[in-house]
Design a binder for this molecule. Structure first.
Ligand code: BGC
Length: 353
């Protein structure tokens, strides 16, 4: 992919390299005593985060073992329509690990890379920003030390592949680290991945979030390197019994069917208190925040879904948190792919008229 903004990128890099230690090469990798420090500057990152202000996840497509396995295949007209109704970006969950060789150098299947390119190009052509997200690397979270080199090896290829691409492409290091990927390990791994990506993408925006499935209350153990071109992310699905009622992949969730969200003072306060933890962390560490996933599954009653979705979106926006709804056209979907039309209520909970 050729950069349309090469001259601008060089200028931005020159300016930023003066204020951003983390974007220079030869950054120290000696991070034995990891400790979070406020970012040296957040001007550029805040500006870039605003490009993600209103985003939607293209979920259930490229993060399935194979695109289509979960019923969703991304089409060009979806991207055009997403841009036309007012979204600013798409987050593209991608199961890279299912399309790369198991042996070093962990080559990504060229046909799969082409397909990712196609979806990214459709997004950019529609005027959207695009997040290339490393999704569902379950073996890495189950067995970090055995899979770390492969994860980095795949990132090395992604990084080279997009090195000349426009700044409207963002990288997200790993969706929802959890399980054996403890915060101590994850903080080291993410720093290594950032150093690696910076070799070819000195100014690319990189998104990363905390352990326990990107939980807001684990931000306090997230350590980001002193690189100014980072965005911190968290996911929000609380109350979980409401958002995941009847979700086939969550054991026992049928018992939660009928759980409502009425927007009582107590319900709103719980949500605002949660968000204020993320907001305060962002202020303390001088980092922009991106709510990379939130949504309520379609088995919840529709009025509750509308109320909850509206309130999460408003709470995020009033705190300057960029967001991406989970997701476009499947079980949480705001778009009905059979009828080829938006679900207007949910759409306008996100993009008010
Ligand atoms: C997972 C999806 C899931 C969603 C809500 C995402 O991070 O990748 O599979 O549907 O969270 O649970």
């Amino acid at each position: 992919m050729k950069s349309k903004n090469a001259a601008r990128a060089i200028l931005v890099f020159t300016v930023l390299s003066l204020i951003a230690p983390g974007c220079r090469k030869n950054v120290s990798t000696d991070r034995k005593n990891l400790k979070n420090e406020p970012a040296p500057s957040s001007l550029y990152a805040n500006k870039m985060n605003q490009r993600l202000a209103r985003s939607v996840n293209l979920g259930n497509a490229l993060e399935a073992p194979n695109e289509g396995d979960w019923g969703m295949i991304i089409r060009k007209e979806y991207l055009d329509s997403i841009a036309a109704v007012g979204f600013t970006a798409v987050r593209i969950p991608i199961k890279w690990s299912a399309h790369a060789s198991k042996q070093n150098p962990f080559t990504v299947n060229p046909a799969f890379f082409n397909r990712v390119d196609e979806v990214v190009s459709w997004s950019l052509e529609a005027g959207l920003n695009a997040i290339v997200d490393f999704h569902h690397y379950d073996e890495l979270t189950a067995n970090p030390s055995e899979h770390k080199d492969r994860w980095l090896g795949i990132w090395g290829q992604i990084s080279v592949h997009f090195k000349n691409a426009p700044d409207s492409i963002f990288f997200e290091l790993l969706n929802e680290p959890h399980d054996k990927l403890t915060s101590d390990l994850w903080n080291r791994y993410l720093a290594e991945a950032i150093d690696l990506i910076r070799q070819d993408n000195p100014t690319r925006m990189i998104i990363s979030g905390p352990v326990n499935w990107n939980a807001f209350d684990q931000l306090n153990v997230l350590v980001l390197p002193p690189d100014t071109m980072l965005i911190a992310t968290f996911h929000y699905y609380l109350p979980f019994h409401f958002t995941h009622q009847g979700a086939g992949w969550v054991d026992g969730s049928d018992a939660w069917l009928g759980t409502t969200w009425s927007g009582t003072d107590n319900e709103k306060k719980a949500l605002e208190d949660d968000f204020s933890i993320a907001v305060n962390w962002g202020k303390t560490y001088n980092r922009p925040i991106f709510l990379g996933e939130f949504g309520a599954y379609s088995k919840a009653d529709s009025l509750s879904r509308l109320r909850w979705t509206t309130f999460v979106r408003e709470t995020a926006e009033s705190a300057n948190i960029a967001w991406a709804y989970w997701e476009f056209g499947a079980g949480f979907g705001i778009y009905d792919r059979e009828q080829n039309r938006w679900r207007d209520g949910l759409l306008h909970a996100l993009i008010p008229l």
